[in-house]
Each structure stands twice: as C-alpha cells, then as structure tokens.
Write a protein that binds this ligand. Structure first.
Ligand code: FAD
Length: 388
C-alpha cells in the first residue's frame, strides 16, 4: 500500500491493465510531455502554466446552492450529476466512504445521481479508483466520466487509447501529500483533540487546518504547529515524487487553493473542459481571481530548511510565525504558486536523495524551468546544480 515503493495505489495493477503498467505508470516514466502535446498541441508556456499546467481559462467560482456534505461548494459532485442526468455519460468513477467510516475511500462506479451525491466530500487517502476500469469494460460502458487525483489522471491518460471508450470526461482535483487510511487516522489523532468526531477537514489557505466536528464546532490547528517529528514516514514516496499538484492532464481541474478564501479555483484545460464549466456556469457565482504577497521572498529560506530542517520553535514564536503567514504571506493565486513551487522543490530533493537514478525518467521537463529563478540559492545550499 503506497509505501515504501513508488506506488500511489492508483488501481491499474489491480486488474486487466496491469501488464500495461510499465508503459503507463508516471512513477516508472513520466509521459507528460507527449500527453500535453497530444491533448493541447503544445507544451506549457513560461509563467503560471509551468506551475498550474496548460489551461484555457481560470476562474474563482462556487455553487449558488452548495451541496450538503461536499468538500467545498460541491462543484465536482454537481458536474458529475449533470453529466449523468443529461446522459452525456453512462457512469462516473468516483470515491465514496466505506460504510461506517467517514474518510476510508472506496472506489465506486456510479450510475445514478444519488450515488454521486452520496460520494461528495474528500476521502483524503490513496484510493485505487482505476481498478474499476475492469468493471467499465465488462459492463460495456462506452461513455465515462472519472473524478480523480493527479496520479490517477496521469495513468488514465496514458491508458486512454486502450480503453475502447467513445467518450471520456476527466474531472481532476488538485492533490498533494495523500496518505494511506491508517496514516490518516494517525495524523488526525496527532493534530485533533477529538479525532473520532471529525466529519470534515481541509488544509486552508490561511495556513491552518480546519476540522469540523459532529456538533458543528470547528477546531483549527496552524500548519506550523504540526508535530512533524511524529509524521516522519507518513507521506508515501509516490506523493513525495509527484510533480503534478494541479492535475494538469484533466479536462477541468476543480480545487480551491488559487481562489480567494471560500471560493473554488477552476482551471479549464481542454475544449471539453471548457464545455464542462459552461454546463455548470448557470448554477455558479463567480468572483475575480486575486493575488497578494510575494512568494519569492520566502523561497531562499525554504531551500535552506529543506537541507537542514530546523527544530520546532517554542509556542510563542510559532504563534507569531502563523500570524505573519496570515498577514504577509502569499494569498490567492500567489498562494497557489508558492505551495506548488515548494512542493516541486521538496519533491525534486526527495527524488534526488531516495531515487537518484530515476530522476531523468520521472521528473518532468517543466520542473527545472519553473524552479530556475531559485537556481543560485539551490546551488549555494545543496552544492550542486538545479539542472540535471
Ligand atoms: C487527498 C486530496 C488532497 C487535496 N489537496 C488539495 C490541495 O492541496 N489544493 C486544492 O486546491 N485542492 C485539493 N484537493 C481537492 C479539494 O479538497 C476538493 O476536493 C475540490 O476542491 C472539490 O471540491 P468540491 O466541493 O467541488 O467537491 P465535492 O463535490 O465534495 O466532490 C469531491 C469529489 O472528490 C472525489 N474524491 C474524494 N476523495 C478522493 C480520493 N481519495 N481520490 C480521488 N477522488 C476523491 C469524490 O469522488 C468526490 O466526487 C484535494 C483532494 C484530495 C482528495
């Protein structure tokens, strides 16, 4: 399960497509360059696309009528429901919770709107959703939608020509630092006063995690207060070797982190992705995307911390750091850029330390140009070039 090898349990190896794993798995060899050419007819442009992936349009939006139990306003759930209602697809691969649990993931091939509604909300663990491709085939489904994290989408796009589908919609969610279910329960035990009563939680763009409990109260914990020493080994090597936070091969990506607080962040990528957004548009409110702060100021220090992780500062200092992050830290699109840049850097270092000989195969082309502005800081700290 996920660790210690480079595997994110996407599910391809659980079924008939296992023999294709060596040709499709992004942790064996990235195919992102060829897939971008195929999907978009070009590679990423300099600037935001190096971090966010190729996109046509970017929006901050939310549903006028939020979906109960959704992670944010429920745009993903509603889009999938509309596709089924309008018979644009016959089934949707989604992730529901194992009955009796709130967060243990169970892949589901949903055929009805009520099944889709019941799968709203994050089950923030590795989930072998692509194992359902066998059922898709045996059930003779030709028009399919898939809701998926980035690694699942990387594999799915590589497999797509072999799936014999006449229509495939990919609704992507951004993803980073996913975990196995046992490690999720460990994480929640470490950060919450009452882990068993959490019904919803999210890593917020205000640098804290918000945990909503059964009685409706919200518990908050600043990122800087996480007991990182006790979380060593929790994050799978695959997630620490992933370079696709923004789910860049989906038709449409629906997340939150580049939007103003309380809004969802949407990137339409393909022509079909734009049509999917347009389908939902009458049900949405939108607001302008904003950007604040300067991410580049903190990066040199972050690079040094990657090399020599500092000890945990005392509580008072941590509260001050959290205050500064909220007041002066990157916000809106700049927050998304900052987080993605940090994860690209951290993950490049993980690959260089743990899987050095895989670097030419699994680190995509855009990582080096996206991080080029920090090349001098990188070589001063790590005593080697950023470029391979
Ligand atoms: C592990 C994880 C990490 C994430 N990290 C970020 C992040 O850093 N930044 C960001 O902007 N967004 C992130 N997201 C996405 C974000 O939290 C919301 O899921 C997204 O914004 C959609 O919100 P919604 O209200 O439209 O979703 P909903 O309408 O509530 O629908 C959520 C959908 O997510 C799917 N889903 C749930 N769990 C999984 C899973 N384990 N694997 C695959 N699909 C799943 C379900 O099928 C469901 O349809 C993450 C999601 C996950 C699962």
């Amino acid at each position: 399960m996920g660790r210690p090898h480079l595997c994110s349990d996407c599910g391809v190896c659980d079924g008939r497509y296992k023999p294709q794993m060596a040709q499709t798995c992004a942790f064996v060899r990235t195919h992102v360059e060829a897939l971008e050419q195929q999907l978009y007819g070009r590679l990423r442009r300099r600037g935001d696309e190096e971090l966010f992936g190729v996109f046509r349009n970017m929006y901050a939006a939310r549903l006028q009528q939020p979906v109960a139990d959704a992670q944010w306003s429920g745009m993903v759930t509603t889009l999938a429901a509309r596709l089924l209602e309008q018979k644009q697809v016959e089934a949707v691969i989604t992730t529901r919770a194992i009955p009796g649990t709130r967060f243990a993931p169970q892949p589901l091939l949903a055929r009805t709107v009520s099944e889709i509604r019941a799968s709203a909300g994050n089950k923030p663990c590795l989930s072998p959703n692509l194992s359902l491709l066998d059922q898709v085939r045996t059930d003779g489904i030709k028009k399919l939608a898939v809701i998926a994290t980035s690694c699942q989408v990387q594999m799915l796009r590589a497999l797509q020509p072999q799936l014999e589908l006449t229509h495939l919609d990919i609704i992507g969610i951004p993803c980073s630092d996913n975990v196995t279910y046992p490690d999720l329960t460990l994480f929640l035990r470490l950060i919450s006063h009452s882990p068993d009563t959490i019904v919803h939680y999210e890593f917020m763009p205000d640098y804290s995690v918000w945990m909503r409990h059964e009685d409706g109260h919200i518990e908050r914990r600043n990122f800087v207060d996480f007991p990182m020493d006790k979380l060593d080994g929790v994050f799978p090597s695959a997630c620490l070797s992933c370079f696709d936070y923004a789910n860049s091969l989906a038709d449409i990506t629906i997340g939150y982190m580049g939007a103003p607080f309380g809004w969802q962040w949407v990137l339409t990528r393909t022509e079909r992705g734009q049509a999917l957004f347009d389908l939902l548009a009458p049900e949405l409110n939108t607001t302008p995307l904003t950007s604040g702060g300067d991410r580049t100021r903190g990066m040199p220090r972050y690079i040094q911390m990657l090399d020599r992780p500092p000890g945990k500062p005392p509580k008072l200092i941590r509260s001050f750091i959290a205050f500064l992050q909220r007041r002066r830290g990157p916000r809106g699109l700049e927050f998304a850029r900052a987080v993605i840049e940090m994860k690209l850097l951290r993950n490049l270092q993980h690959v260089r330390r743990q899987f050095a000989r895989y670097e030419p195969r699994i680190v995509p082309y855009y990582v080096y140009s996206a991080l080029a502005p920090y090349a001098n800081d990188y070589s001063a700290t790590f005593n080697r070039q950023l470029q391979p």
